[in-house]
Design a protein around this ligand. Structure first.
Ligand code: SAM
Ligand code: SF4
Length: 422
């Protein structure tokens, strides 16, 4: 969502006559978009902003802006951390930056209101021309007890089906092959009588070739949505379904509104209906009150379900959330030990699952050259796994092409293969 917001802001700024540079020494205005989900991200953002402050010391006419979740959370308090700031703009104020720039105020400007968002600007300046994020909703009102998002992004607001379709069709006409529909909880999407499954059906009717979405909250994953995923050819067979914990006691304290058994039932249903389903998740270790036996339950679920991959985090207390009021009683070293054990187990599972893909064919959207080997093309399969073309028989420019790739080698995170047909 932050990447998307940055793209939207770039679109708005360039429409207003600004040009974009990623070299701070050339910029007259330096903007840092921030995340508040974990403390670590915040510490890094403060470090980066203070480092960037030197460009202001060298040329006082340079302006420094912080935008996004952390700006929303800290507001005026941000000036204590980074005194050189000229703008502190919250998650919905950031789109008004061009207006604020016109005002030329002497004092730092702090704007944090959540306004009635009518429409998200539908011409973001995207880096990737072939695969685009399209926000279908903003904000969240699930209030998982550990999570800062509902406080910094406000209540859920859904875009109209017609506006989303217009944006997707426009993207398809400009050569884009794939869209990722994004929202904090896409499964709770609603526009009049249309739910998320209906939206998927409508997006499928555009000329876009592949459709992804994230994130899905298990409490709102309906059999209707699973059916739509299995029936709609363009929808990729990838489901990101955060589990967070395998312990019912912890899930309840997290306010997730499902039990481990309900989660397992959903996974069984999805696996039985969607052929070649790739299932990924988010997991938190060391939530307040998590005992060894709770952590063991997370491990048991992970081993039973066999996720294709997982984002795994140590619990980070966030001021203002319900969980912040609980004692952060799992010692740092225990959190780290649990995280390392979990990562190790998941790495082996990912490897085992990727192993099964050897000699199968993946449909890959090529998005650039591999960082490891600049001569090789890379892209994403329908499973959302990164695929590197290890034996490229053709000199053809494959950027933006959807190609069939026979998988020949794997590791825990990547598949390697040969192009079968173009
Ligand atoms: N809306 C999505 C969802 O419900 O899963 C994702 C939101 S959050 C930005 C992404 C992930 O960060 C969460 O799924 C959770 O695993 C993790 N997360 C959120 N708050 C956290 C915290 N306080 N400490 C550690 N991890 C956290
Ligand atoms: Fe945070 Fe829960 Fe909302 Fe996801 S669903 S953004 S974890 S409150």
């Amino acid at each position: 969502m932050n990447v998307y917001d940055s793209e939207v802001l770039k679109g708005i700024l360039s429409k207003n006559g600004y040009s974009i540079t990623d070299r701070p020494e050339k910029a007259e205005l330096i903007i840092v978009n921030t995340c508040s989900v974990r403390e670590h991200a915040e510490i890094r953002a403060i470090g980066r902003l203070n480092e960037l402050s030197r460009y202001k010391l060298e040329s006082p006419e340079v302006k420094l802006a912080v935008i996004g979740c952390m700006a929303q959370r800290l507001g005026e308090r941000f000036l204590k951390e980074v005194p050189a700031l000229d703008f502190v703009l919250g998650t919905e104020e950031l789109f008004k930056l061009p207006d604020y720039l016109e005002k030329k105020e002497e004092k730092p400007l702090i704007a944090l209101s959540f306004f009635e968002l009518k429409e998200i600007d539908s011409s973001p300046l995207r880096k990737n021309k072939f695969s685009a994020f399209v926000a279908i909703s903003r904000g969240c009102e699930n209030f998982c007890s550990y999570c800062i998002v509902p406080y910094v992004r406000g209540p859920e607001k859904n875009r109209k089906v017609s506006e989303i379709i217009k944006e997707v069709q426009c993207l398809a006409e400009s050569g884009c092959k794939e869209v990722s529909l994004i929202g904090q909880n896409v499964n709770s999407y609603k526009d009049d009588s249309n739910d998320f499954a209906d939206l998927l059906r409508e997006v499928s009717k555009t000329e876009i070739q592949r459709i992804r979405f994230m994130t899905s909250h298990p409490k709102d994953l309906s059999p209707k949505l699973i059916k739509a995923m299995s029936n709609l050819e363009k929808v990729c067979e990838h489901l990101h379904l955060p589990l967070q914990s395998g312990s019912d006691k912890i899930l309840e304290k997290m306010n997730r509104k499902y039990s481990s058994e309900e989660y397992l039932r959903l996974v069984d249903l999805a696996k039985s209906k969607i052929e070649n389903l790739s299932l990924t998740t988010d997991l938190i270790v060391g939530f307040p009150g998590e005992k060894d036996e709770d952590f063991q339950k997370t491990l048991e679920m992970v081993e039973k379900i066999e996720f294709d991959s997982a984002f795994m985090f140590k619990y980070s207390p966030r001021e203002g959330t319900k969980a912040f009021l609980l004692e952060d009683d799992v010692p740092k070293e225990v959190k780290l030990e649990r995280l390392q054990a979990l990562i190790e187990i998941q790495k082996n599972i990912s490897r085992k699952k990727n192993q099964r893909l050897i000699d199968t064919t993946e449909e890959v959207l090529i998005d650039g050259k591999s960082k490891r080997d600049k001569l090789k093309w890379k892209g994403k399969g329908r499973s959302n796994k990164t695929v590197i073309i290890s034996d490229n028989k053709t000199d053809k420019d494959l950027l933006g092409e959807i190609v069939k790739v026979k998988i020949k080698e794997i590791d825990s995170f990547t598949l390697f293969g040969k192009v079968e047909e173009i």
